[in-house]
Structures are given as structure tokens and as C-alpha cells.
Design a protein around this ligand. Structure first.
Ligand code: UDP
Length: 313
């Protein structure tokens, strides 16, 4: 059985990746230090013979015995409030952590896919964002710790490829949502759903005219899987190109939850991107991939999860 190492395994995307690779018949090693992840997300995998959990911080030397076929590096705080609370850890996991995993990939002759992000485009002045755009990032702003760590991640990944011949893949992941997002991670969807379910008003930052494009997690996991299995090694955007304002998004969640809550407006955080939408032509052409799940369907499935977390049956 081929082995796959998934870092950030107890997190939102990491746990869904563990599910997918277990289903595909791999032996999965899920690694996490539980800084922002939760074992609840992978507890169902513990009884399986082809799943192992390693409690480890990837900014420390990473050791895995035996052979490894693939490494997926998904460990990192990933929401703006998390990386504001943990700026140093965010920078370390994107830099030192990535270096450790690239070193492991080199040693094991494993293919490695790193989780980059639409944040590398910063507050973009080109719209929609295609892979050729270099971004508009404030390195010393509050989001700089995440954005620059991920930019470093891309640079060092290409350096290991070019200098050591490591087999690499880089996914630029846009806003993704679905079950297992942390209720209190501060991102728009968990914030709005938790607020609606608790009978609180929904906090929209700024005037809500900023846009995002939300991808349902199952679609994203399929895109990651196809990118890993493909020969394409330059950065690739993965996300849903259906763009919406944050105000509309809050209104959709109010309509879905049947809540009587209203929207209250809070100050817009510094450097909050005004617009974001992926150009996914590369993923369409090279991977034959595009999102299939509509926001209406995706939000319904996510609501079921959040409802049960906040008001367990
Ligand atoms: N946002 C909001 N209210 C919240 C949380 C987020 O209006 O309670 C806004 C935030 O300012 C941003 C958008 O929603 O414009 C998406 O934020 P999120 O933190 O989900 O992710 P980002 O795309 O900014 O990394």
C-alpha cells in the first residue's frame, strides 16, 4: 500500500483530504499539532488500519519511517483572526515547515503538493486573478504574515524543484467552505452561520461590497487530487469563479437559516481584499476540472453540519 503524508490533517481541508486518500486505498499518515485543528475531524478514521495519526509540529524535523509516495502540506493557521493571533507560528509553518517537508520529499523521492492561497495575490488590482498575476501584497500589514509565508512557500518549492529535482505541485486555493470549518475561526461563513443559529445579528465588515468566490469543499478536494495526479507543476488556481458580495452572502445565509436576524456593520479590517475571483481556465484545460456544486446546495449541506454543532440533536 502506498503511503501518503498529509500535514494539517486535523484541520478543515486536511481532514477531507485524509478521507479522500483513505477511500482511494492509500495508507494515510495524518500529521497535526492541533494548534488550530481538532481530532473530532478525523476521529472516524482512527479505527481504520490504513490511517495513522502523528502528533507533530512540522516546524520541527519531520521523520516518517519507510517509503512515502505523496506529501500534501496543508498545515497552517488559515483564517485572518488565527494568523493575527499566531503570527510567528503562521510564518514558521509556511517557511520552516515547508522546508522540512521539501527535505522529506527529497529524501523519500516523494511527490509533494503544497497548499498555497489566493492571498498571494493580496488586494488584487487585476480581476479576476489568473496565475500570471504577481499580486499586490502589503508585506508588513496584518495579513502579511500569511501572505508572505505562502509566497515564500511557492518560491522555495520551485527552488527545490529546480535545484534538487523534487517533484512538486502548487495549489493556489481560493475561499473554500463546508463541514468541519471551525465555528469560531472568524471567517465569513462560520461567523454568519453561527450568528444566525445563535440568534445574533450578522456582522458584515465594511459596507459589504467586497467580493469573494466560495468553493464547496468536495469540489476543491477533487481539484487537489487531480492536480497531484497531473504532470502540471506551476502554480494552479483552484476555486469557484462565482463571485458574490459579502453583503449578499450574509443575506443568503439569513434566508437559508430562516433567522430573523439583521445585518450589523463593523469596521473593515486593514488590507481586506476588495475583490477576489479565480480565473480557472488552467484547471479546466489541464485537469478537466471545474466546481460542480452550486452555492445553494453547498450552503445547505454546510448548514446541516453547523446546525448540529450548535444545537446537537
Ligand atoms: N467578513 C465579514 N464578517 C465576518 C467575517 C468576515 O464581513 O464576521 C468579511 C471579511 O471582511 C472579508 C470577507 O468577509 O471581506 C471574507 O472574509 P474571510 O475571513 O472569510 O476570508 P478572507 O477571504 O478575507 O481571507
Amino acid at each position: 500500500m502506498e503511503k501518503v503524508l498529509i500535514t494539517g490533517a486535523a484541520g478543515f481541508l486536511g481532514s477531507h483530504l485524509c478521507d479522500r486518500f483513505v477511500q482511494e486505498g492509500y495508507h494515510v499518515i495524518g500529521m497535526d499539532n492541533l494548534l488550530t485543528g481538532s481530532l473530532d475531524n478525523i476521529a472516524h478514521l482512527f479505527p481504520l488500519k490504513n490511517f495513522e495519526y502523528y502528533h507533530h509540529d512540522v516546524t520541527k524535523f519531520v521523520h516518517v519511517p519507510g517509503q512515502l509516495r505523496y506529501i500534501l502540506h496543508f498545515a497552517s493557521p488559515a483564517s485572518p483572526i488565527d494568523y493575527l493571533k499566531m503570527p510567528i507560528q503562521t510564518m514558521k509553518v509556511g517557511s520552516i515547515g515547508t522546508m522540512n517537508l521539501l527535505g522529506l520529499a527529497k529524501e523519500k523521492k516523494a511527490r509533494i503538493l503544497v497548499a498555497s492561497t489566493s492571498e498571494i495575490y493580496g488586494d488584487p488590482d487585476v480581476h479576476p486573478q489568473s496565475e500570471e498575476y504577481w499580486g499586490y501584497v502589503n508585506p508588513i500589514g496584518p495579513r502579511g504574515v500569511y501572505d508572505e509565508a505562502k509566497r515564500f512557500m511557492e518560491a522555495i518549492t520551485m527552488a527545490y524543484r529546480n535545484f534538487h529535482g523534487v517533484d512538486t505541485r502548487i495549489a493556489r486555493i481560493f475561499n473554500t467552505y463546508g463541514p468541519r470549518m471551525r465555528l469560531d475561526d472568524g471567517r465569513a461563513l462560520p461567523a454568519f452561520m453561527s450568528q444566525a443559529l445563535r440568534g445574533e445579528d450578522l456582522t458584515v465588515f465594511g459596507d459589504g461590497s467586497q467580493t469573494r468566490s466560495f468553493c464547496y469543499v468536495d469540489d476543491l478536494i477533487e481539484g487537489i487530487y487531480r492536480l497531484l495526479m497531473s504532470d502540471y507543476y506551476l502554480p494552479m488556481n483552484l476555486g469557484n469563479p462565482h463571485e458574490i458580495t459579502i453583503k449578499q452572502f450574509a443575506e443568503e445565509i439569513i434566508a437559508l437559516t430562516g433567522a430573523k436576524q439583521k445585518i450589523v456593520y463593523k469596521p473593515l479590517p486593514q488590507d481586506d481584499p476588495k475583490q477576489r475571483r479565480p480565473n480557472i481556465e488552467k484547471a479546466k484545460q489541464i485537469l478537466g476540472w471545474e466546481p460542480r456544486i452550486s452555492r445553494a446546495e453547498g450552503l445547505k449541506m454546510t448548514y446541516e453540519y453547523f446546525k448540529n454543532k450548535i444545537h446537537p440533536l
